[in-house]
Design a protein around this ligand. Structure first.
Ligand code: ATP
Ligand code: MG
Length: 307
């Protein structure tokens, strides 16, 4: 059974991404699964080409360094020809009304006088990601449920109208794992695209920077709960009671985070220093994903009356 998840190179990978996603993918994933860097999705709002390329490369290295089976990883744009082809077929299966109804589109376009057309259509590309690989299960947060519903609807509609090409995927909402909050504003989740990164611990931050960021964490009730959550997530143990010794808590958390991230950071830096090896792993992953996609794409094109 294939599961598929992605991370978007809209910023550097942070502690929340690692504890809430990458680490789980490495621990629970099988080498049938697909874990990819969704660089095409990062283009739905204004982007910088050099930054996109280097973030994609860096995130891919972090993915591998996290211990996810390299065979199950890829970069989305390495399949751009296959995805582009299927995307067109699916756009011709989707209605304008369905796309315009997406809550994320409404939220992200609200109050802006110009948005990229791809912001409207990217859920169709996401359906292509899912259907191209024959995905059975898509683990998502509540905010992405509607997009997986769309992928289901498009798969069913296509299969019904033209013939069986697609596996109809199911969304699974994982039991609420840790939602890591921003250290300087624990009312918000830690976010890659946050305006201000003083409260965001990045996987590649050096130990001193991690210490400084943790030391500056706010000491509200939410702030303490967040630090405790991080500590439990990093050590796997129930913490002692630090409520009266906030400075101690911060020290313990900083060291636990540094230890948890150390192997990932070290391995990522090694990979980034060896571009030939990184490219080899990336190409092997792309090759495998392409092979797996080929017969399904061909079937979809043929059934649509193409080729
Ligand atoms: P963006 O600001 O671009 O949305 P993001 O940090 O929310 O960035 P995503 O690429 O949307 O990252 O999500 C990648 C994965 O990381 C998803 O599985 C998501 O659930 C998980 N994730 C994101 N932020 C957190 C967080 N603060 N705590 C735990 N998991 C998180
Ligand atoms: Mg997000």
């Amino acid at each position: 059974m294939i599961r598929l998840s992605a991370i978007t190179p809209s910023g550097q990978v942070h502690l929340g991404n690692y504890l809430g996603a990458l680490r789980t993918w490495a621990r629970e994933g099988t080498d049938e699964d697909v874990y990819f860097i969704s660089d095409l999705h990062a283009m739905t709002s204004s982007h910088n080409p050099q930054r996109l390329r280097s973030l994609t490369r860096e995130q891919f290295a972090v993915l591998i360094a996290s211990g996810i089976a390299p065979e199950s990883t890829c970069v989305q744009s390495d399949l751009i020809r296959e995805l582009g082809a299927l995307n067109w077929v699916l756009e011709c299966t989707c209605t304008y009304g369905e796309a315009a109804r997406m809550i994320q589109f409404k939220e992200k376009s609200l109050g802006r006088d110009s948005v990229r057309l791809s912001l409207l259509t990217y859920p169709v590309l996401m359906a292509a990601d899912i259907l191209l690989q024959g995905t059975a299960e898509v683990p998502v947060g509540e905010d992405q449920l509607q997009h997986v519903e769309l992928a289901r609807a498009l798969a069913r509609r296509f299969n019904h109208a033209y013939g069986e090409a697609f596996i109809v995927p199911t969304a699974v909402v994982p039991k609420v794992g840790a939602r890591i909050k921003d250290l300087s504003d624990p009312t918000r989740k830690m976010d890659k695209s946050a305006q201000n990164s003083t409260g965001v611990v990045f996987v590649l931050d050096d130990p001193d920077l991690v210490r400084r960021k943790v030391r500056r964490a706010v000491s509200s009730t939410e702030g303490i709960a967040n630090l405790t959550e991080i500590l439990v997530s990093c050590t796997g143990k129930d913490p002692e009671d630090y409520t009266s010794r906030f400075a101690d808590l911060k020290n313990v958390v900083a060291e636990a985070v540094i230890e948890e991230l150390r192997p990932v950071r070290d391995r990522t830096l090694e990979l980034l220093a060896d571009p030939a090896e990184l490219d080899r792993v990336r190409q092997a992953g792309a090759e495998r994903a392409r092979e797996r996609a080929q017969h399904r794409l061909n079937a979809a094109l043929r059934l649509s009356g193409l080729s």
